[in-house]
Design a binder for this molecule. Structure first.
Ligand SMILES: [Mg+2]
Length: 304
């Protein structure tokens, strides 16, 4: 099919190699978590849980903006558009515009633009938000059982079924390049339960095709790189705030950013013992609210 396959890393972004060589260095550093130019917030488990806001989230976002920091929001969820997230955040009294929102669906569209693939064809396993973002980027979305596309993009799809998998498998056999929006194994449901995440559909297609996909979302650095470039901030001046070590913390460190883990979501404090260094957050905070509380009383948040 001749689809261009350049490397994921953007040449414009200078991403330093993480230099964390142990916990002592982080404790000696002592920089307050309130002292960053750019904050990249994961959303689910940080700002809200399903439809319930995390107390103090909206006030903390407003506090950081008032103090002159840039604030951006990043999710691996590919099912909704950036505009959908603007409305969702507004429900939680968080004001944002589309330029502050980064999703794996939007980033996949940006990747195609970076590759010069605009106008090429794509078969999508995913929901309406993913299709909307790829069409916005200028891609031509093809239905199954039509002609073979240049690319297959797989994201979270709550209407996933065998026929979609079989068609995507055929497309890859005919030379389509396999792109995954993310590999999240689960998606948080109500009552502490989880649902199968987008990574489940990715694994199904990888299993039958034998092809490793190019992954756009966290922990890949790609989404972080777009935001760092957009705000013209060096990675060391950026704090990523998330609730999962395997996506938020790992992605932050792979991008050269610092990471704060909040304990209002997936990862629990007791799970951090013995964790490999790249997955260890630079700060552990009880909730997003601690960014504001610590800044207000001049304390350094608990380093990890
Ligand atoms: Mg989360």
């Amino acid at each position: 099919m001749g689809a261009p396959k350049p490397a994921m890393s953007s040449p414009e972004v200078s991403v330093s190699t993480p230099t964390h060589d142990g916990l002592e260095e982080k404790q000696q550093d002592g920089r307050p978590a309130s002292d960053y130019e750019l904050y990249i917030f994961d959303m689910d488990g940080v700002l809200y849980r399903m439809d319930d806001p995390i107390p103090g989230a909206a006030e903390t976002i407003r506090y950081l903006c008032r103090n002159g920091s840039h604030v951006a929001f990043l999710t691996n969820n590919s099912s909704q558009t950036r505009a959908d997230y603007v409305h969702k955040l507004a429900r939680f009294q968080i004001e944002a515009d589309e330029s502050q929102i980064m999703t794996s669906a939007y980033a996949t569209g940006e990747l195609f633009k970076q590759w010069g693939a605009v106008g090429r064809s794509v078969y999508i396993i995913g929901e309406v938000g993913l299709r909307a973002e790829l069409e916005r980027a200028g891609m031509t979305a093809l239905d199954e059982d039509s002609r073979f596309p240049d690319y297959v993009v797989v994201g979270w799809d709550r209407d996933f079924h065998y026929r979609k998998l079989a068609w995507a498998h055929q497309c890859i056999q005919h030379g389509a390049q396999f792109i995954a929006t993310n590999r999240d194994a689960t998606y948080p449901d109500t009552g502490g339960r989880t649902l199968p995440g987008g990574g489940t559909m990715v694994a199904a297609l990888q299993t039958c095709s034998g092809v490793e996909p190019q992954v756009v979302g966290k922990p890949s650095p790609y989404c972080f790189e777009i935001l760092l470039r957009q705000y013209r901030v060096q990675p060391a001046r950026c704090l990523v705030v998330g609730d999962r070590v395997d996506t938020d913390v790992a992605g932050a460190h792979r991008s050269g950013c610092q990471a704060a883990l909040v304990l209002t979501g997936v990862t629990r404090a007791e799970e951090l013992a013995g964790m490999e260094v790249d997955l260890c957050p630079d700060y552990v905070l009880p909730s997003i609210n601690a960014l504001r509380a610590n800044a207000a009383n001049g304390q350094t948040p608990p380093g990890f």
